[in-house]
Design a protein. Structure first.
Length: 94
């Protein structure tokens, strides 16, 4: 289970790796975020950008499930990791 900032960043980097491997979904991420490949390379070193990767994946339960099954995480771990990254400590009203 994710329990600190470092573990959250590792999970987010694995999420980025998973996202990049799916070219169709990666293109959707780029289009929706306004980022380009260079932004992703630079952003991969920034906790706030890693949070945006998790925000994107967390938008769709099917994406969360696919990521977690591929990378062997529990289904709630991306949500837990998001809470440790900048902006993730906001209240969840759902």
């Amino acid at each position: 289970m994710v329990s600190n900032d470092a573990e959250a960043e590792i999970l987010a980097l694995k999420a980025l790796e998973w996202l990049v491997a799916d070219s169709e979904l990666f293109e959707i991420f780029l289009a929706s975020s306004g980022a380009d490949v260079n932004d992703v390379k630079v952003g991969a070193k920034e906790p706030a950008f890693l949070g945006s990767i998790l925000d994107f994946i967390l938008m769709d339960d099917a994406w969360v499930k696919a990521f977690c099954e591929t990378k062997h995480f529990e289904f709630n771990e991306p949500f837990l990791a998001r809470q440790f990254l900048p902006g993730g400590d906001l209240p969840n009203w759902t």
